[in-house]
Ligand binder design. Structure first.
Ligand SMILES: C[S@@+](CC[C@H](N)C(=O)[O-])C[C@H]1O[C@@H](n2cnc3c(N)ncnc32)[C@H](O)[C@@H]1O
Length: 269
């Protein structure tokens, strides 16, 4: 596996993470609604603090089983605590490359996680092993190069965002992974692959505009210190990005569209 600096870049900061905690199947992985029904078994890889995992378990119910895995010990502790006595859901601290189990699942899902992996093909190959014959592997991920803001965000946020992409690329992460997933899925032996746009568009005037578009201030708050430590931006550039971008949201900001694709395949019988 990769060297420690890459593992550290993929690591989610341990502070409370409002970005992850707002997410549900409906607002952050709606393609799964095509599959989810009571009694289904689901593996959620890179589950973070388990917000989407709990939303999945709401739909699979007490007769289903949902297992969320993530290498972050704090995230898994939070996930366990928040799921508390919810039936049919469990969490395990594990890494996608080395995770192993005899269980086979109707659905294996992995959202916004391959973007943090320097070896996405190896991760996909391991995940494919856990899909039952006739079951599905459902990936959701970004192309960070295709984000669109109207009008352009302030220069300070553009500088931070470009540094964020460089910092990721230097660790071997694919900023455009969404658009490369179909080829990766074919390369690991799926005969057909379905690609669906899952763009997340937020516009001024909508109730969640200021919260949803603040994603990048939150990235600068949570991930930004890692970029400062690695010398990609200074602390004052990080803070300026947050201040000016928050001002843009309150004043001239009109819309933001984040480019995400859902890429799915069925395991041959
Ligand atoms: C952006 S979060 C996505 C969380 C959740 N799936 C969602 O869509 O909100 C990416 C997650 O990938 C996890 N991750 C990083 N490296 C991983 C690895 N090698 N195996 C499994 N998960 C990993 C991180 O700990 C983090 O929780």
């Amino acid at each position: 596996m990769a060297d420690q600096s890459i593992i550290d870049r993929a690591k989610m900061p341990e502070a409370h993470n409002p970005i992850l905690e707002r997410r549900t199947v409906e607002n952050a992985n709606r393609n799964l609604l095509n599959y989810l029904r009571p009694g289904l078994t689901v593996l959620d890889v890179g589950c973070g603090s388990g917000a989407i995992t709990r939303s999945i378990a709401d739909k699979t119910g007490p007769t289903g089983r949902v297992l969320g895995i993530d290498p972050g010990s704090t995230l898994i502790a939070q996930a366990k605590q928040q799921a508390n006595t919810m039936p049919g859901v469990a969490f395990q601290q594990a890494d996608v490359y080395s995770f192993d189990t005899d269980e086979r699942f109707d659905l294996v899902t992995c959202a916004r996680t391959l973007q943090w992996l320097a070896q996405p093909k190896a991760a996909l190959l391991n995940m494919k092993r856990f899909v039952k014959p006739g079951g599905h592997l459902a990936i959701l991920d970004f192309n960070h190069e295709k984000i669109a803001w109207t009008p352009d965000p302030p220069q300070a946020m553009k500088l931070f965002y470009n540094a964020f992409l460089r910092w990721r690329q230097d660790a071997g992460f694919d900023n455009a992974i969404a658009d490369n997933l179909d080829e990766l899925m074919y390369s690991i032996g799926f005969p057909t692959v379905q690609v669906t746009e899952q763009f997340e568009r937020t516009k001024k005037g909508e109730p969640d505009f200021s919260v949803a578009s603040r994603l990048w201030s939150e990235v600068a708050e949570l991930r930004g210190p890692q970029l400062v430590d690695a010398g990609y931006v200074t602390e004052s550039q990080r803070q300026q990005a947050i201040t000016e971008y928050d001002h843009w949201i309150e004043t001239t900001g009109e819309s933001m569209t984040v480019y995400l694709l859902a890429v799915e395949a069925r395991q041959p019988e």
